[in-house]
Design a protein around this ligand. Structure first.
Ligand code: SF4
Length: 335
């Protein structure tokens, strides 16, 4: 091992990634494709990744699709271009495979808003309740969860419990409130939220609508209730993408992380997309965690097979049951 690699490996936890120089003349797309072949690796990328990463991925999708792919792949290495909890989910579903994440510090404010030890105490107050957790949570929280869900399958998961079964929903309070409205179930909600989806500005969206009166307004259910109430369509990233492909509108104002617009634009090149503005000085609302991954970090992590996601065995054994149950219910529902 070279001295540089040795030092970068020692500093891995501090930096979150291998802090090594990449030759600026290197064709990263070609080099990454070569590494995929050599190592029998698969790149799974979330819709919120930067467009270059989406374009080199073997599979791009939302949390449900990504977990289904992670469970089914026959690759030896899963490279997760997403955030930490997603790579953990892949590891839980494929424990014998090597799972890599380009930057360990690609976290998630929503997952962080529900620390497992605090949630454990909260849960003790509701001994008769079952727990449904949004997949955007830590591996340890999944060990305290009966069934996970994503925004694509959440309604099916909730409806799978008998009507008289009381439920706790964690960690996203906005998605929880939307589900209470959609399913008519009075659930106990954990008060967590996503830093990206909770700061859309209704006032600025209205101004944007005045500029583009023909545009449909579409929103992810992690947004606050007053934003969802104003939306023409609410759904998961896959559902929003499908809506832009299939609806007759030519213009869309999109209230979710703007990375998804890359796929929307590719699927409907003649349509126009405007990211919904947040209540700060920025024009769009990027997830700083998702955007920690870069092509350089992706290349380095594939080349050196670091950083790798590892989990204690008990977490995998206990936590995976909640994800397996989710996948079973989704398969039955044809999702
Ligand atoms: S967009 Fe929100 S929920 Fe998704 S990774 Fe970023 S902080 Fe987490």
């Amino acid at each position: 091992m070279s001295a540089e690699l040795n030092l970068a490996t020692k500093n891995l936890n501090k930096m979150g990634f291998l802090d090594l120089e990449v030759d600026p003349t290197l064709d990263l797309v070609e080099a990454i494709n070569q590494l995929k072949k050599e190592k029998n690796a698969v790149i799974l990328a979330h819709y919120y990744q930067e467009s270059e990463i989406q374009d080199i991925a073997d599979y791009i999708g939302d949390s449900l699709g990504l977990s289904q792919q992670a469970a089914e792949t026959d690759a030896d290495i899963i490279v997760f271009a997403g955030v930490h909890f997603m790579a953990e989910t892949a590891k839980m579903l494929s424990p014998s495979k090597k799972v890599l994440l380009p930057d360990l510090k690609a976290g998630c404010s929503l997952a962080d808003s529900c620390p497992a030890p605090v949630f454990r105490k909260f849960k003790e107050k509701y001994p008769d309740h079952k727990v449904v957790s949004y997949i955007n949570c830590t591996a340890e929280l999944k060990t305290l969860t009966d069934v996970c869900c994503t925004s694509t399958n959440a309604k099916h998961i909730i409806d799978s419990f008998p009507e008289d079964q009381p439920l706790i929903f964690a960690p996203d309070v906005n998605l929880g409130r939307w589900l209470v409205k959609e399913t008519g179930r009075d659930m106990v909600l954990w008060n967590g939220s996503c830093m990206v989806h909770e700061i859309f500005s209704h006032e600025k969206i209205v101004k944007l609508q005045m500029k583009h009166p023909e545009a449909a307004f579409i929103a992810h259910p992690e947004c606050e209730a007053h934003i969802l109430d104003a939306a023409d369509h609410v759904g998961s990233t896959s559902s929003l993408l499908r809506f832009t492909r299939e609806s007759g509108h030519q213009e869309y104002i999109v209230a979710t992380e703007p990375g998804i617009i890359h796929q929307m634009q590719k699927a409907s090149p003649d349509k126009k997309f405007y990211p919904a503005p947040p209540n700060n000085s920025c024009a769009c609302n990027e997830c700083p965690h998702m955007k920690r991954n870069t092509m350089e970090k992706l290349y380095l992590c594939m080349k050196h097979e670091l950083p790798e996601i590892t989990l204690p065995e008990w977490v995998i054994e206990k936590g995976v049951a909640s994800i397996d149950r989710m996948l079973e219910i989704s398969a039955k529902a044809g999702l």
